[in-house]
Design a protein around this ligand. Structure first.
Ligand SMILES: [Zn+2]
Ligand SMILES: [Zn+2]
Length: 425
């Protein structure tokens, strides 16, 4: 056990980390272009935040949370998603005080006790944003286009937006009644989860993975929420679609789409990739800020999974970037050169160059092999002769050219040659 990671977690080793760093950089850049600012909230919160914020009839809260009692007898939970914490921070720090729109983004680990499978882990990593304080369909269109844009920046091909409206506190109760009316006679044919949903939140029956439940939905003639929207919700949804059309953001309407969280109102969407499934998703949540104890504030946001994006990219043959090559490898030919080697390394690194050396007492020949393997652009050889002459012998590995350079000029010489770009780029 001592040398095994917990089930559902994984190590991201250096070669893999390079892929992550590329996606993280693309994330930050895209959010920057859309003028969102980063916010960092704790990895654990009071359990109540999620049971109230995410909704206590959701699978997340019912089955998947990592909840524990700390030494002070408080019930805490590792965050299973990002929105509740960001909204809590927005309320607690009174970010609404300025009266403007808050455009916030985040990235980091989330935790859910799920059955591990490809691209789905118990510790997983999300990027996401929340726009708090705007109600009109313009911001919906912005957030949806941003969601898709980030995936494009990652290089994910054929990502598709599936769009729906899940109504509001006016049309949802009416829709719930219609569903109950149509489904009650077929109650026994529904799975046990859906029987419970029927009482608490029948809309979520559309989200059931059970085929039998879907058949019952169809046969019973229960209306989709889209068929039961109130006029305001319908106008809003039409607005979102017309802006997306204007912006040339591709989407399809999926009237069966219901997000697995209770707080969504009106716009809801998922971004899917063929062969991978859902890679991101989001929605509007006009009641959440109030529910968490803040003033009535409309909000909308999305979250995407880095793991799922990587599955999509790997399906396309994405390899990740090659490791950064060394600018200089310092090779020590004789023991007397050790002090000079340490001084040179320090000077090179201080000057912003990437430099390394051998620390295992290897022969000059194997030091050159290492330099080759690390794709070093220069090898700086220091031996008895160089120490005597206060020089270093600089060899460009690409050309094989070699030159003795006075010690104090080594950094400048290498910098000048690197900026010429004539060497391995
Ligand atoms: Zn409505
Ligand atoms: Zn079901």
């Amino acid at each position: 056990m001592l040398t095994q990671r917990p089930r559902g977690t994984f190590d991201i080793l250096p070669e893999e980390v390079r892929k992550w760093q590329r996606l993280e950089q693309a994330t930050r850049l895209a959010f920057h272009h859309y003028h969102y600012q980063e916010v960092r909230t704790p990895v654990f919160e009071h359990t109540e935040l999620f049971s109230r914020g995410v909704g206590d009839t959701t699978d997340i809260v019912e089955k998947e949370m990592y909840t524990f009692v700390d030494r002070g007898d408080r019930s805490l939970t590792l965050r299973p998603e990002g929105t509740a914490g960001v909204v809590r921070a927005y309320v607690e720090n009174k970010l609404y005080g300025a009266g403007g729109l808050s455009k916030l983004y985040y990235m980091g680990p989330m935790f859910r006790y799920e059955k591990p499978q490809k691209g789905r882990n118990r510790q997983f990593h999300q990027y996401g944003c929340e726009a708090l304080g705007a109600e009109g369909p313009e911001i919906d269109a912005e957030v949806i286009s941003l969601n898709l844009d980030i995936l494009r920046q990652f290089g994910v091909e054929r990502a598709k937006v599936e769009l729906n409206s899940v109504g509001c506190p006016v049309c949802r109760p009416r829709h719930k009644e219609l569903m109950l009316e149509k489904l009650m006679p077929h109650r026994d044919q529904l799975c046990t989860d859906c029987q419970k949903r029927l009482e608490k939140n029948p809309l979520r029956i559309f989200d059931c993975k059970n085929e039998q439940c879907h058949a019952v939905l169809q046969e019973s003639g229960a209306p989709t929420i889209l068929q039961a929207l109130c006029d305001d919700c319908k106008t809003h949804f039409d607005g979102v679609q017309s802006y997306l059309d204007q912006m040339d953001v591709p989407y399809v309407i999926n009237e069966f789409l219901v997000r697995g969280l209770d707080y969504y109102t009106r716009t809801a969407w998922e971004v899917t990739v063929e062969g991978v499934g859902t890679v991101a998703g989001g929605g509007r949540y006009n009641g959440l800020v109030e529910q968490i104890g803040g003033p009535v504030t409309p909000g909308i946001g999305f979250a995407g999974s880095y793991e799922r994006a990587l599955v999509a990219l790997e399906q396309q043959g994405f390899q990740g970037d090659a490791p950064d090559a060394l600018d200089v490898f310092v090779a020590v030919a004789d023991k007397t050169a050790q002090p000079a080697a340490m001084a040179l390394l320090y000077a090179l690194r201080s000057a912003g160059l990437t430099a390394d050396r051998d620390y295992q007492g290897r022969s000059l020949k194997s030091q050159f092999k290492t330099a080759d393997r690390e794709a070093a652009k220069f090898v700086a050889v220091l031996g008895d002769a160089e120490v005597q002459n206060k020089t270093a012998t600089l060899k460009q590995l690409a050309t094989g050219e070699q030159q003795e350079v006075p010690f104090e000029q080594v950094v400048d010489f290498i910098r000048k040659n690197l900026s010429k770009g004539g060497l391995a780029q």
